[in-house]
Design a protein around this ligand. Sequence first.
Ligand SMILES: Nc1ncnc2c1ncn2[C@@H]1O[C@H](COP(=O)(O)OP(=O)(O)O)[C@@H](O)[C@H]1O
Ligand SMILES: [Mg+2]
Length: 369
Amino acid sequence: MTEPVTGDPVPAGVLRPHAEQEYAGELARLAEHDDRPRPPGWRLSPWAVTTYLLGGELPGGTVITPKYVGRRRLMEVAVATLATDRALLLLGVPGTAKTWVAEHLAAAISGDSTLLVQGTAGTAEEAIRYGWNYARLLAEGPSEKALVESPLMRAMRLGSVARIEELTRMPSDVQDALITVLSEKTLPVPELSTEVQARKGFTVIATANDRDRGVNELSSALRRRFNTVVLPLPDTVEDEVDIVARRVDRIGASLELPQAPAGLEEIRRVVTVFRELRSGLTSDGRTKLKSPSATLGTAEAISVITSGLALAAHFGDGVLRAADVAGGIVGAVVQDPVSDRVVWQEYLEAVVRDRPEWRDFYRACREVS
Ligand SMILES: Nc1ncnc2c1ncn2[C@@H]1O[C@H](COP(=O)(O)OP(=O)(O)O)[C@@H](O)[C@H]1O
Ligand SMILES: [Mg+2]
């Protein structure tokens, strides 16, 4: 087995390279080996896109690292959807890799993950359609040059994937601006008596948060234009530890933290605590627990471990220990200073204290609680 391929050199000093930059090497290797049919406008075949997401080994020994850890079928359904004329909606609770998967899909299919609209309560229609450069508009009147295209319009013109983050946080009338685009594949510009017709390869990947349900319900007209793929929380502790370990490794390297190996034992402990609290049951199935208000997803576990590594590297002896993660865990669990604190104290005294191999952790948590 040869070394995994890393990306092309990323522009110096860039804090967070886009997926297509960071994994340029892998994407190029995949394209070389990809002799299957590519849908019009796609850089890779659906098979190669799926391999990019799930990882694998190419003839000649090139290793493609897994980006998404989970059921293959989910990614196959997502990729197959994008090869039709339907858009893709990734749905799930926070931290289930919706944004992450959307970015990697766009990178693999279009070679560009940056055509992105962020949905918030304040997202205006211009973010979906187009706006105007007002200085030009006043000076010259409406013209092609005065038009400021949205990421969506640009994606239509280029035949690329457009991403919409947190679709259901946008006001409903703004969401509805998408209907024409998705059904007619065109964006009219009445001011110029013209339109932008989408080129082949254009599609939309939207993400939405389960917890936002009811904020701005997705209209049924819009829902019909999307195929929905629900991303689940990791099935097992092992899967989740694997995801956290991979991400932490990568993040640590990109932050150039002094080398401090993330002990799998410590990762497993953080993951176990989060899984037990969010499911309301200890892992042996014996004790019922109260769940805190906080989201204790994979993403939170990743950030607790990363902060712990920084503590260990800069202020400790370079080895991740219970004391380095205790503060982060308590901070993640106790979001509401009153109710969550009660939940945490109960967990600490009823569960953590009784585990002989968790003694160091119990002590460290007592100190910061
Ligand atoms: N199943 C998974 N496979 C790979 N990475 C995952 C998985 N679940 C979560 N992650 C990691 O969790 C982090 C947060 O994911 P993110 O895409 O921001 O979540 P969401 O958008 O669903 O709230 C990402 O860094 C991602 O690597
Ligand atoms: Mg997200």
